[in-house]
Design a protein around this ligand. Structure first.
Ligand code: MG
Length: 392
């Protein structure tokens, strides 16, 4: 890292923030960047990779072709980054690392959101399962093909640690350095904790907005959730004649703000009390130091439950979920029974993996191919494979 950049970062970072100068480094050592920090380089590599652009056409809740204004995985990831960066800066944490982790956190997501992931996990049951978090790490460590000297993006340990939010203990044992904390019950760095919480805040609130836009939720119905009710009352008092669209936005932005302010205040409090000397003290702490206050956490969970009941299980969403599961399951089955149906490079990878690891190796390559698909590519590929009227 260049001298000027490191001085600038030292002047603004809290002692417990992640610092480029004390990074645990990259899997394949590289010379430091000339004009950027190490974490800037991570962020830039993420933005330029194929998996990031694919997020544009991957479902958050609503399938991409259902409407142009709904969140997709990429706009979701940008909202996560925005929320997490605000909090990072207020707490003097490393804003760039927070942004990099936020932008990368969903890189391993399948087409069709959670429905696609559940279906792929079921397909992979006999071959080690499928975890989208682990797939995000696999994407940046192995699957991206961009650099001559190493596979993947060769990101810093701190960024990889943040991408791997959770994983099974069996997997953690295979992962080496980034898996250790799950076995030792340690925490990740604060920037990783923050990106995780930013994810929760972002989707809870934007799903309210998208659900209302789709006509599946109403503000009046949502008013049974205390977090919404408080903001709705305030908006109605201040602006009784507001149009519906502006009212929704005024309510949702206040909900985001209330949660962000709460996280900043309660995390500051926890940090003041715990007083970790550095990032290793953060990792050794018995619980996360970034978090909401108890009352806000309770309200956050109420909203989450409400969305599960009224949005994610809404008949219109469920119909699409079932179709999506069928597409993913059919694709996996077809490629698994004959890998030659996949494009040449995926077929070759599957053949090589099968030589070393048997059917599980082939399954992992099929799962990589299916997980990498965008919604529309998966739909198109499904039609090409199963509809005799379609051109192959
Ligand atoms: Mg997410």
């Amino acid at each position: 890292m260049s001298g000027a950049a490191s001085l600038a970062s030292l002047a603004t970072l809290a002692p417990y923030a992640a610092d480029d100068l004390r990074s645990r480094g990259r899997r394949y050592p590289e010379p430091p960047p000339q004009y950027r920090s190490e974490f800037q380089r991570d962020r830039d590599r993420i933005i330029h990779c194929n998996a990031f652009r694919r997020l544009t056409y991957k479902t958050q809740v609503f399938v991409n072709h259902e409407g142009d204004l709904y969140r997709t995985r990429v706009t979701h990831s940008i909202e996560v980054a925005q929320i997490a960066r605000t909090i990072a800066r207020a707490l003097a944490l490393n804003e760039t690392l927070t942004e990099a982790i936020s932008l990368a956190h969903d890189l391993g997501h399948t087409p069709f959101g959670h429905a696609g992931q559940d279906a792929l996990n079921a397909c992979m049951r006999d071959y080690g399962g499928f975890e989208h978090n682990l797939q995000s790490l696999r994407t940046v460590d192995e699957l991206e093909e961009r650099y001559a000297r190493f596979p993947g993006l060769n990101l810093t340990f701190e960024c990889r640690e943040g991408i791997l939010k959770h994983c099974s203990l069996a997997r953690a044992r295979e992962l080496g350095d980034v898996g250790e904390r799950f076995l030792q019950h340690r925490q990740p760095g604060l920037e990783a904790q923050l990106a995780n919480l930013g994810d929760e805040i972002a989707y809870n609130n934007h799903d309210v907005d998208d659900g209302i836009r789709a006509g599946l939720l109403g503000l009046e119905q949502l008013a049974e959730v205390p977090l919404v009710q408080r903001q709705l009352q305030e908006v109605q008092q201040l602006y009784p004649d507001l149009t519906a669209r502006r009212r929704v936005h005024e309510v949702v932005r206040r909900m985001v703000n209330a949660q962000v302010v709460d996280v900043i205040q309660s995390s500051s409090e926890r940090l003041r009390t715990a007083h970790p000397a550095d990032i290793d003290a953060v990792r050794a702490h018995d619980r996360p130091l970034i978090g909401m206050s108890e009352p806000m956490h309770a309200q956050h969970l109420q909203l989450k439950r409400f969305l599960h009941e009224h949005l994610y299980r809404h008949q219109r969403v469920l119909r699409m979920t079932i179709k999506a599961q069928r597409v993913v399951t059919d694709l996996f089955g077809a490629f698994m029974s004959d890998s030659r149906l996949m494009p040449e490079e995926h077929y070759e990878a599957a053949r090589r993996a099968e030589e070393h690891e048997g059917a599980a190796g082939r399954a992992r390559c099929v799962s990589d191919y299916v997980a990498g698909m965008t919604d529309r590519y998966a739909i198109l590929e499904h039609a090409r494979l199963f509809d005799p009227a379609e051109r192959t």
